[in-house]
Design a protein around this ligand. Structure first.
Ligand code: FES
Length: 109
């Protein structure tokens, strides 16, 4: 998953040249292992990362959601994450992580 301008796109479905002139953000653009973003830390703290295969897409989708809606409900989170498949967590911890991210970004935790 990558962000092209303000849209999450599966990176395997776009040619690199189609992003010419666009803002392109991969998961590394949000934070690194040494300087993780609030959302990345929340995913770890909530136990939402197991194998990690789905995690970049989940975090990028959460980032876009929280930019638009800083206090999303569970259904809005589920809708925003739609299309990102997780075989490990059952989504409960992922939704918890997005809610934790929202609280932390708003200064509530
Ligand atoms: Fe393994 Fe989501 S953590 S697929």
């Amino acid at each position: 998953m990558v962000l092209i301008d303000v849209k999450a796109i599966p990176s395997c479905q776009v040619l690199a040249v189609s992003g010419t002139g666009c803002s392109l953000t991969a998961i590394q653009g949000l934070g690194t292992i040494f300087d993780a973003s609030v959302i990345q830390k929340a995913f770890v703290d909530a136990g939402a990362v197991q194998c990690g295969f789905c995690t970049p897409g989940m975090i990028l989708a959460a980032y876009l959601l929280l930019k638009e809606n800083p206090d999303p409900g569970e259904k809005e989170i589920a809708s925003a994450l739609d299309g990102n498949l997780c075989r490990c967590t059952g989504y409960v911890k992922i939704i918890d992580a997005v809610q934790l991210s929202a609280r932390r970004l708003s200064g509530g935790v």
